[in-house]
Ligand binder design. Structure first.
Ligand SMILES: [Zn+2]
Length: 404
């Protein structure tokens, strides 16, 4: 039996005790800092007082769910794993499609590599949109969203909802994420796992800032479940795929471009996913596909707008953001923390937003994420964790870096 595997150029030790990586979708460090400061997370507080470590790290750009979840589970950047958005423009068909099918993934997941070496792994996601990507390579993968339809016959579990003594919450209920954490732990108790990945949903974070009533419910319950995992003997890593900011301002790029006579532009918003009620497909990152003759004119017009931060060509974005050049736009556009980017005012339904307004992500100002480990790190991991680590490093830290 081997005790380590190589995956995408990095070596990972097989876990010697149960290990879980928890990704709080939209888990901006400000939520955790606020909850800790008000005593809402006593288990996390105690864990950090007993040798656990918490630093801020960096998610990839765009600061979206699918790209960063794939960084977390493959340990590499989008240029290597191939998923630069939740959604992209397929150059062959000319259609916009979800980047949710395993055929888009260009790197192996750490879970697949460990499973091949004999480790017992499991992926659990709150939102079904990630389930098939996470399950690449025959990794057992389920979602809370479809827990009533899915099963794990390979683990001897024909009925998932029977594991939890309460009804399955809906996709826009605050406790769908806790349900996903409960499911993963219940499965582990029936069929012990060596490594579990649990990815939550950001509905609460899109809806409320730190200190909001639902946000408080969410982080209190998260902390109770953290205790259940620690009591069960797990080593725990906690991170997020991206942060979250209020975005009172929207720039509609097609409307801007039509006023300067750019006729060929097609705006693609990589935040787009099947669950747009809470963000209306508006985030702080956009791609523009357009005729070569219009690229410079469009670039100048957009770069001049108040609220725009970066306008990069395909080649520049591929280098700066480590993106796969064949899956991004001719221009990549980022907006500031308070500004979201849309297609045209007529194309976005904002009726589902809460009265307090749009909260979203996708830009540079939602790249800060927590990187939390339940046990101390040894050098050189300790130094790397304190400065300059990313979501792609979290499995390296928890599998290779903790003192044992
Ligand atoms: Zn997310």
């Amino acid at each position: 039996m081997t005790d380590a595997v190589v995956c995408n150029g990095r070596e990972y030790r097989l876990p010697t005790q149960p290990t879980v990586v928890l990704t709080i979708d939209g888990g901006d460090p400000r939520y955790i800092d606020d909850a800790l400061s008000r005593g809402l997370m006593p288990t996390l507080q105690a864990m950090l007082g007993n040798g656990g470590v918490y630093a801020r790290g960096r998610g990839c750009m765009p600061s979206l769910t699918n790209p960063n979840n794939m960084c977390i589970v493959t340990g590499v950047a989008p240029s290597l794993h191939g998923i630069p958005g939740n959604h992209y423009l397929d150059p062959d068909s000319g259609e916009e499609v979800q980047l949710s099918d395993p055929r888009f993934l260009r790197a192996q997941t750490i879970h697949e590599a460990l499973q091949k070496a004999g480790a017992r792994v499991l992926m659990v996601t709150a939102k079904d949109k990630l389930r098939r990507l996470l399950g690449t390579g025959s990794v057992p993968s389920i979602s809370a969203e479809r827990a009533d339809e899915l099963s794990l016959p390979e683990l001897g579990i024909p009925d998932l909802t029977g594991l939890i003594r309460r009804p399955k919450p809906g996709i826009y209920d605050w406790d769908l994420s806790p349900y996903a954490m409960e499911l993963a732990l219940a499965i582990h108790k029936k069929a012990p796992r060596d490594l579990i990945y649990v990815s939550l949903t950001d509905y609460v974070q899109h809806t409320q800032p730190p200190g909001g009533e639902l946000a408080d419910c969410f982080f209190r319950r998260f902390d109770e479940l953290l205790k259940d995992y620690l009591d069960e003997g797990f080593d725990v890593a906690i991170t997020a795929d991206h942060g979250m900011n209020a975005k009172p301002k929207v720039i509609y790029l097609e409307d801007v471009l039509s006023t300067v006579g750019v006729a060929s532009a097609r705006v693609v918003l990589p935040i787009t996913d099947p669950y747009v009620v809470h963000h209306g497909a508006l985030g702080s990152f956009a791609w523009l596909h357009l005729a070569a003759s219009e690229v410079e004119r469009a670039r100048e017009a957009i770069a001049a707008l108040d609220g725009i931060e970066d306008v990069y060509t395909r080649e520049e974005a591929a280098v700066l953001f480590e993106h796969p050049a064949d899956r991004i736009g001719d221009l990549s556009i980022t907006a500031d923390a308070q500004t979201a980017l849309g297609k045209s005012a007529a194309k976005h339904d904002l009726s589902g937003l809460t009265p307090s307004g749009l909260r979203s992500h996708g830009g540079r100002h939602e790249q800060l994420v927590p990187l939390i480990l339940s046990r101390p790190l040894r050098e050189p991991y300790r130094g790397r964790h304190r400065a300059g680590a990313s979501t792609a490093d979290i499995h390296d830290f928890i599998l290779n870096g903790i003192d044992s």
